[in-house]
Ligand binder design. Structure first.
Ligand code: HPA
Length: 242
């Protein structure tokens, strides 16, 4: 038991998939895991543990944004011995050439958050994915024919920008090659790095802020299933490589 997770010690696997939405955690457990058991209901942050192709895997919802995500990631790492954390979520593309439903593999995450300012004395930390997970995800996604982009993301504290900067706030980021905005990855990569655990964010483009293109909820659900399967295949393949 930790502050926000009621799971018994040892009942969460070293591999954990991290969707934001609790119902998506339940969907993965029901659809893709064998013998899945619910290990957490505290705050409705649903979490499940089962097996995928014979390997124990957990899926734990994190809520939205870095503060919520960091609580679960920290407790999974420090109290439950998580060694591989793969976020599966959505992002808003900030470059016109990205299409909705494309995959973004977050190589590294910049952030506009002050969350880790004190940790690094105000300097910036390059929050980066684990290369073996990133390269494996890229290879598998490409083999499956999924349009896939590898690049940097912006982990933002805000989903809704100020009205005055509505159509321009992303320009400095896009001009530095950043592909998309989301709200969790920088915390995941920073906390995983601190404990020498592996981490990756696999994201589906749910909307394009430049072109205004948006996915339907049906497209989001199908895209989510494909992304969950990719994350599971990356995880179980990678367990044997380190
Ligand atoms: N901003 C932040 N997070 C997101 C977005 C966005 O536009 N779209 C999906 N997740």
């Amino acid at each position: 038991m930790s502050v926000h997770l009621e799971a018994a010690p040892g009942s969460i696997a070293p591999i954990v998939l991290l969707p934001g939405d609790p119902l998506r955690a339940e969907f993965i457990a029901q659809r893709y895991l064998q013998d899945a058991v619910c290990h957490n209901r505290v705050r409705n942050a649903l979490g499940f543990t089962g097996t995928y192709q014979g390997t124990r895997v957990s899926v734990q919802s994190t809520g939205m944004g870095m503060p919520s995500c960091a609580i679960y990631v920290q407790e999974l790492l420090a109290q439950y011995g998580a060694r591989m954390l793969i976020r599966i979520g959505t992002c808003g593309a900030i470059r016109a050439e990205l299409r909705t439903r494309d995959l973004v593999l977050a190589q590294a995450a910049s952030t506009n958050s002050a969350m880790f300012d004190a940790t690094f004395g105000g300097a910036t930390f390059a929050a980066a994915a684990s290369y073996d997970l990133l390269s494996r995800a890229h290879r598998l996604a490409t083999e499956r024919g999924a349009p896939t982009h590898v690049g940097t993301v912006l982990t933002s504290d805000r989903f809704y920008p100020d009205e005055t900067t509505l159509s321009t706030w992303w320009n400095p980021w896009a001009e530095h090659g950043v592909l998309a905005a989301e709200m969790e990855t920088a915390a995941l990569y920073t906390l995983a790095a601190r404990r020498n655990a592996r981490s990756l964010s696999i994201l589906t483009v749910s909307d394009n802020l430049v072109t205004g293109e948006q996915t339907t909820s049906e497209e989001r659900q199908t895209g989510f299933g494909d992304m969950a399967l990719l994350a599971l295949d990356v995880a179980v393949g990678a367990t044997h490589t380190r």
